[in-house]
Ligand binder design. Structure first.
Ligand code: EPU
Length: 302
């Protein structure tokens, strides 16, 4: 990928993605690029598109499992200030796609702005959270989103109002568009009330999920009207292991990677859970996490 030499931004070679994901597993990224600003990002995606090189955006790696073979193409990180800034104008917060979601939530809580406290304890970047409509029982990020500025693979920039983003349960129609920034319309409340809700949601999550261990959050989506965690639990799979990957005893929809686990251990455990739940309940669970693998070795159905 010599064409990347012309970029006046940071380009790293063979970067271990285990250092950039919450699972702490998987192989390397052939190239990792941190564009300095939007024009550089536009040039990068255009050139990659012209050459047929895959581009993947890595947020904080909270919902991604990287295969042991790593990934080809270019991994983009939006960690330069042009993509991480958070600002406020009255009751509207504007955040870069690479901004840390928890920092945004805390800044809203401190200002007594309500709307995003439902995201308490959900790790990730603003862009990653929007693309998968992250959330939980207290709400989803789309709830207070006003609009998002996105860059298409052609480099063109669009502003999409919320109802054009096709939000559903853990989904959007953003496809390969990259979230540059987003605006959230919040409600002014007493800061103490917003903070109390934020803390209550965080406590709930901490009590019911293995937050201190290496995982990527919930592995499967909840099937309509049911809970993947309950089904996996009822199938008797809590504590089940494959290599050093284990179904969490605290919440059955979490796979925990113990020291020395591989991505293959996790993927084999995923298959075993799927088969067991299908056999017992006739329900095929859909992955909630993203599995990243080289284009040439796409052996796992994602
Ligand atoms: N349950 C069990 N056994 C388990 C886990 C859960 O029986 O091991 C039962 C619970 O008792 C409850 C039901 O299943 O009756 C639902 O469980 P929970 O309240 O923990 O919620 P969930 O549906 O499993 C969802 C999100 C989580 C989010 C929580 C709380 C999905 C796939 N998961 O979990 O999101 O944190 O609500 O808001 O939508 C994530 O997206 O990564 C994630 C963790």
């Amino acid at each position: 990928m010599d064409w990347l030499n012309g970029f006046d931004s940071r380009v790293d070679v063979d970067v271990p993605l285990s250092e950039h994901t919450w699972f702490g597993l998987g192989g390397t990224a052939a190239r990792m690029v941190s564009p300095r600003d939007e024009p550089q990002l536009a040039a990068l995606v255009q050139q990659a598109q012209a050459r047929g090189v895959p581009v993947r955006v890595l947020g904080s790696g909270a919902n991604v499992l990287v295969s042991d073979a790593g990934v080809d193409g270019v991994v983009v990180r939006l960690n330069e200030p042009a993509f991480t800034t958070v600002s406020f104008d009255g009751e509207v917060a504007t955040a870069g796609g690479g901004a840390d979601l928890m920092k945004l939530c805390s800044a809203c809580v401190d200002r007594g702005l309500s709307g995003l406290e439902c995201m308490a304890g959900i790790p990730g970047t603003v862009g990653g959270a929007i693309r998968m409509n992250a959330g939980g029982r207290f709400g989803e990020i789309s709830g207070c989103l006003e609009d998002a500025r996105v860059m298409q693979p052609t480099g063109a920039v669009d502003v999409l109002a919320r109802d054009r983003i096709g939000f559903g349960y853990r989904r959007s129609n953003l496809g390969r568009a990259i979230v540059l920034s987003a605006r959230f319309r919040l409600r002014r409340c007493r800061a103490d009330d917003v903070r109390a809700r934020f803390r209550e949601y965080w406590r709930f999550k901490k009590a019911s999920q293995p937050m201190a261990e290496c995982s990527a959050g919930c592995i499967f989506k909840n099937p309509p009207g049911d809970s993947a965690g309950r089904l996996i639990d009822q199938a008797g799979l809590k504590g089940r292991t494959r290599g050093l990957a284990r179904v969490s005893e605290r919440h059955a929809n979490f796979i925990v990677a113990d020291d020395g686990a591989t991505a293959t251990d996790v993927l084999e455990l995923v298959d075993e859970i799927r088969s067991a739940v299908q056999e017992k309940f006739g329900i095929l669970l859909d992955l909630e996490i993203e599995v990243w693998q080289p284009a040439a070795a796409r052996s796992y159905a994602v």
